[in-house]
Design a protein around this ligand. Sequence first.
Ligand SMILES: Nc1ncnc2c1ncn2[C@@H]1O[C@H](COP(=O)(O)OP(=O)(O)O)[C@@H](O)[C@H]1O
Ligand SMILES: [Mg+2]
Length: 418
Amino acid sequence: MIVEHLSLVDFRNYAAVDLALLPGPNVFVGKNGQGKTNLVEAIAFFATLGSHRVSSDAPMVRDGAEHAIVRARLAHGERRVQLEAQVNRQGSNRARVNGAPVRTAELPRYAQVVLFAPEDLQIVRGDPSARRRFADQLLVQRAPRMAGVLADYDRVLKQRTALLKSARARGLKGEALSTLDVWDDKLVTLGTEIIRARIALAADLTPPVAAAYRAIAGEDHRPELEWALSFSRDSDPDSDEDDAGTSMGSRTDAADPTVPATADVIAQFRAALAARRPAELDRGVTLVGPHRDDLVLRVRGLPVKGYASHGESWSVALSLRLASAELLRADSQLGDPIVILDDVFAELDSGRRGRLAELTSGFEQVIVTAAVGADVPGALRAHTLRVEAGEILEPEDPEPLVSPVVGAAAAYEGGGDD
Ligand SMILES: Nc1ncnc2c1ncn2[C@@H]1O[C@H](COP(=O)(O)OP(=O)(O)O)[C@@H](O)[C@H]1O
Ligand SMILES: [Mg+2]
């Protein structure tokens, strides 16, 4: 799929902008703080219903405005779909598809986006929450119904935790005890679905991650992905650190041998809840469940976090995104995901730069941002626009727009980039 047309009203530093985008590479060049990331954040919103930079929506609404409007016309082959999101400073957002109101959660059914950003290094180096977010966003992109399962799990987790906290204050007796059992059932049912979906995702990602890593790093460091589950981890249950735990037992689902059987996950989940209940009541925290799991990443048999070099860490982060794009491309009816490379080339050495450009240049549409046009490898230099203080401008010299040659980006270097 591609974005053919994008329009923003009161989104971040854009008062109003209307923009046509082309198939293939589209490059946005501008100094820092001009609105490059804001632009791609708006496109990615349709796929993730959030921002990759902030957890709340308010920062996406232009200072002084009540809401932002993002409209995109997407082309899936010959079909066109018009998406619209109203991002509210407060309260829930609104969405339309082809003019008709829909639940916001419907939008990712139409829009698939893989966004590469400097923040991606946090997937491999940051807390387990960054890896869970990476995995869950991809789960939702592949199976939009998972958005509901994840949201329900979060809700149950909050309610159960609130009950544990009040039980800690007042003691847990009679009715409260049976209420906790009810929450446990919901936690286990929803949690098991998430755990199994995440394990299946890791299995599906492994071959494309291995291929992408070889292509990006130019060497085979045997990248591995494995979920360390909260209830098969026997180290300090309080820590949310990436202590590589043991994986599930060896019995698997008959239909999918890479995933442990539902009954086994449920049994382990329940046993762990029973074992931790005194600790949970003592501390008022839910200690068991997918909200405490970690996707352990390894290269050369060692955890990436804490062991891998800067270059290896980047190779893993890029491989995770490239593999995501490959998976979405392979299972989607909608064609390729929109690939966005936000300011990543400045982070990479020239070898990785060139290889990343080659590996992404074959997607239907690639949107690239850079502070310095020269950082964008030749394979992705084409249709180039300037971003300046919340406005999108044609290059002074219109000629480079015509042909996808080095000239387009090179024209800018003389034009005052830092
Ligand atoms: N809600 C907002 N209202 C107005 N301006 C904003 C808002 N959010 C961010 N900005 C401005 O947008 C700019 C950052 O844009 P960004 O797209 O991140 O820059 P870059 O071009 O470096 O990627 C900053 O100047 C910031 O002040
Ligand atoms: Mg930026």
